[in-house]
Ligand binder design. Structure first.
Ligand SMILES: Cc1cc2nc3c(=O)[nH]c(=O)nc-3n(C[C@H](O)[C@H](O)[C@H](O)COP(=O)(O)OP(=O)(O)OC[C@H]3O[C@@H](n4cnc5c(N)ncnc54)[C@H](O)[C@@H]3O)c2cc1C
Length: 476
């Protein structure tokens, strides 16, 4: 009964298809004795995907755990429009609109398997839609571009990414032989997709990750349930263990116990800590560590970037980009442009745009005017239809849009981590090095399974870090 009420609060109806709450992995009062005997407790810093899953596994093992989160909501970079009360009226969409992660990569990946286990309704983006590609301000299907040699060469370059071997080369350097007219296209398909731009993204790091990846690479989206709701539902067992609005500023592990201090000067003592904050936060030294971070970790940190990132969602009165269009590749201020209603909305008239790297810095400086920059680019491709059909507020004539500027979010400060030219997969491993047997690190940037920068990477890092903690307790 209690569970039913919770599902309702989270917006999960029968349409969400969530049937199997008993599959939750955490302990219930009926569970047998703890698997890991430990008198102490563990504090997890950050209530994003990695932090929640870490706490969930530790709790299931009978370990006392608490989560400290700087922000005012659970989910981190999984954030859905429907949960943002101050923004919610800006979109008429009848499908989940995401401000952060929107694609589930791999039907058999960790996150894909979770969705399957809970019978959550999804769409396979590639089954319900086709991507379109922009060259010379014209948007067409891949098949319609095939006679264009430059397009074919560009797509061959994208497809061969995972065959690259070597290091010290940016994508831009590797693509130097391709003509200028395909530069924006491959920047959107590679540099922007992996969190940055072709000038900063390293070929070696991306190639190694793609080779390490084991899932089928399918692209799914949730049909009815916002991603943040499913994340909170999935980790319901640790929800009450989260203390919000608690920004950790220092972690001192020089004594017998670890002393954690927050921005208000409050202190907590614990036995072990798992830090899951975004790598941008560590790079900016927003948390001070004593003893300091391992040398190999700080050295690797200089080779893993996390650039500015913005999500812009715009509603239109008409779908002028094609009812069956999925992603549009090749734009600049619309580098990653997803037709968010495709296959899931009666009203398929919303674009969800993700811009990373230097272009995101440029747009961020424009503030709300960035929406006009985006409309202007769309107008150039679609003969003025963007400005003609954009939805506006009846009274104020303001364009109806939502801007989530992740680079300006104090506790995120960017999009997701990416390898710079000189980075290797070993650097990811070094980002997860512990300080002694007391301070551990997880989060998407530390993933070595090939899924860094995604929800799967965050989940895989939680599985890795909990094994490390258990080993530090049991010695096995
Ligand atoms: C625009 C955008 C689009 C994306 N698209 C996709 C996608 O389509 N598919 C996909 O799989 N992934 C996508 N991602 C990436 C995905 O969202 C992340 O990889 C994943 O959510 C990271 O989880 P995490 O737990 O590692 O970090 P986070 O979710 O960032 O969690 C870290 C938490 O730490 C908190 N924190 C920070 N500083 C402190 C502090 N000092 N004290 C306490 N708490 C602190 C933060 O508030 C945050 O809640 C996208 C990300 C963005 C930004």
């Amino acid at each position: 009964m209690k569970r039913r009420k919770l599902l309702k609060q989270l917006g999960f109806g029968l349409s969400g298809g969530l049937l199997l709450p008993h599959l939750l992995s955490s302990c219930t009062k009926d569970d047998p004795a703890p698997e890991v005997p430990f008198d102490g407790d563990v504090v997890v810093i950050g209530a994003g995907t990695a932090g929640l899953y870490t706490a969930d596994i530790l709790k299931a093992k009978g370990i006392k755990v608490k989560i400290l989160e700087a922000g005012s909501q659970i989910g981190g970079r999984v954030r859905s429009l429907r949960n943002q009360k101050e923004l919610v009226n800006l979109s008429v969409a009848d499908f989940p609109v995401e401000l952060g992660a929107e694609v589930i990569y791999g039907s058999d990946s960790i996150w894909g398997t979770n969705l399957k286990n809970f019978a959550v309704n999804t769409i396979d983006i590639d089954e319900v839609s086709s991507d379109r590609y922009i060259l010379d301000n014209i948007s067409k299907l891949a098949a319609d571009w095939e006679i264009d040699g430059d397009f074919t060469n560009a797509q061959n370059f994208v497809a061969s990414l995972q065959n690259f071997s070597g290091s010290g080369v940016s994508v831009e350097q590797a693509a130097a032989g391709l003509p200028a007219r395909v530069k924006a296209l491959i920047n959107s398909q590679i540099g922007n997709l992996y969190g940055s731009s072709n000038s900063a993204l390293g070929m070696g790091g991306v190639s190694e990750s793609l080779q390490a990846r084991t899932h089928d690479g399918a692209r799914l989206a949730l049909r009815t349930n916002p991603m943040q709701d499913f994340l909170i539902f999935r980790f319901d067992q640790v929800r009450d263990l989260v203390q919000l609005n608690t920004q950790v500023t220092s972690i001192d592990s020089t004594g017998d116990k670890v002393l954690i201090t927050d921005a208000n000067g409050n202190q907590i003592e614990t036995n072990k800590v798992v830090v899951t904050v975004p790598i941008s936060i560590l790079k900016k030294n927003a948390i001070s560590f004593s003893p300091g971070l391992p040398g190999a970790m700080t050295s690797s940190m200089s080779r893993i970037g996390m650039d500015h990132s913005i999500r812009v969602v715009i509603d239109f009165k008409k779908n002028f980009w094609g009812e069956t269009t999925g992603f549009l590749w090749g734009g600049e201020s619309i580098a990653n442009c997803f037709s968010a209603g495709v296959g899931r909305g009666e009203f398929n008239q919303t674009l969800s745009i993700t811009i990373n790297g230097p272009k995101a810095v440029e747009l961020s400086a424009q503030g709300p005017d960035m929406v006009n920059t985006i409309l202007t680019e769309l107008d150039t491709i679609y003969g003025g239809q963007a400005t003609a059909f954009v939805r506006r507020d009846f009274d104020t004539s303001q364009v109806l849009s939502v801007i989530q500027d992740w680079g300006k979010d104090e506790f995120i400060q960017g999009g997701y981590s990416y390898p710079m030219a000189s980075a290797t997969l070993e650097d990811r491993g070094n980002l997860g090095l512990p300080i002694g047997d007391k301070v551990f690190f997880a989060g998407e940037a530390t993933d070595v399974s090939g899924d860094a920068g995604t929800i799967n990477g965050a989940l895989a890092s939680a599985e890795r870090v909990t094994q490390e903690i258990i080993k530090s307790i049991t010695g096995e």
